[in-house]
Ligand binder design. Structure first.
Ligand SMILES: NC(=O)c1ccc[n+]([C@@H]2O[C@H](COP(=O)([O-])OP(=O)(O)OC[C@H]3O[C@@H](n4cnc5c(N)ncnc54)[C@H](OP(=O)(O)O)[C@@H]3O)[C@@H](O)[C@H]2O)c1
Length: 249
């Protein structure tokens, strides 16, 4: 029987590459994109191995129609879901426009919860924490919850974020820290891993007899993953405060 995987946010980046690797490995993919032109280009590139649905994951009533859409395509069950659609808009919270905050939470958290049709959590961190509980809860259905938590990955998400950089922090105490933060972010892009590092993990998660509970494709893993985990939070905060010049004047 055909194994069907649903991938959200498949126009570019990790979602797009997940479609590539899954179709190359005999999965049928239902991919969601927001724009007609992205639908056409996915259909052109992957042909009959992909079914494309136009979906803005913020539109909850459209998300609810996904199961019916799958049935229309003739699919009765999903082998997996790559719940990927997301945005990255940076800024100090105190000065972020609330519409921006609410968009990020809506897309990265509420929409992800909606696609999962389960009570999830309130941020990417909470999503990770809660997944341990969810994993146990859905075991009764024979389902697995696997986290693919990447570090910096070379995808358009960075440029999309840089293009939308707000200027309303300029007259605030965050002017300098934000500039330093963005400088570091731009450096991160140079060191970012190729997107295939993530899709390899997704494929492994989808196909392995005994997949890991968590995959961590992260550049400079010692610095960016192990070190922050082992050093006391208090010390880590000090490093961040010093680096971003967040000390009170
Ligand atoms: N790249 C990294 O370094 C990195 C690191 C850690 C985690 N991640 C996470 O990985 C996921 C994919 O990111 P990426 O790097 O591949 O970025 P990307 O290339 O910008 O892809 C993001 C995808 O999400 C879609 N999307 C955004 N808002 C949406 C909405 N409201 N409804 C439906 N689709 C929406 C985008 O569609 P449009 O093209 O229409 O905007 C695009 O297809 C995100 O959740 C991101 O937070 C990325």
């Amino acid at each position: 029987m055909q194994k069907v995987v649903l991938v959200t946010g498949a126009s570019t980046g990790i979602g797009f590459d997940a479609v590539r690797i899954l179709t190359e490995n005999n999965f049928v993919v239902v991919a969601t994109v927001r724009k007609e032109k992205d639908k056409e280009s996915l259909e052109k590139k992957f042909g009959s191995k992909v079914k494309v649905v136009i979906l803005d994951v913020q539109n909850f009533s459209e998300v609810e129609k996904l199961p019916a859409k799958l049935k229309e395509f003739g699919f009765t069950e999903l082998h997996g879901l790559v719940n990927n659609a997301g945005v990255a808009l940076s800024g100090p919270f105190a000065y972020q426009k609330f519409s921006e905050v609410s968009d990020i939470i809506n897309i990265n958290v509420l929409s992800l919860m909606k696609v999962f049709l389960a009570t999830y959590a309130a941020s990417k961190h909470a999503v990770e924490g809660f997944s341990d509980g969810l994993r146990q809860e859905v075991a009764i259905r024979g389902l697995k919850v696997i986290i693919v938590g990447p570090g910096s990955i070379k995808t358009p998400i960075w440029e999309k974020g840089f293009e939308k950089l707000p200027n309303y922090y300029e007259d605030t105490i965050y002017k300098k820290p934000f500039e330093i933060f963005m400088k570091i972010a731009r450096k991160q892009v140079e060191r970012a891993l190729p997107v295939s590092e993530v899709s390899d993990c997704i494929l492994h998660a989808m196909t392995a007899e005994n997949p890991k509970l968590r995959y961590t494709p992260i550049p400079q893993k010692w610095m960016n993953w192990w070190l922050p985990m082992v050093i006391p939070k208090k010390y880590f905060d000090k490093v961040v405060v010093k680096t971003l010049k967040l000390n009170p004047k």
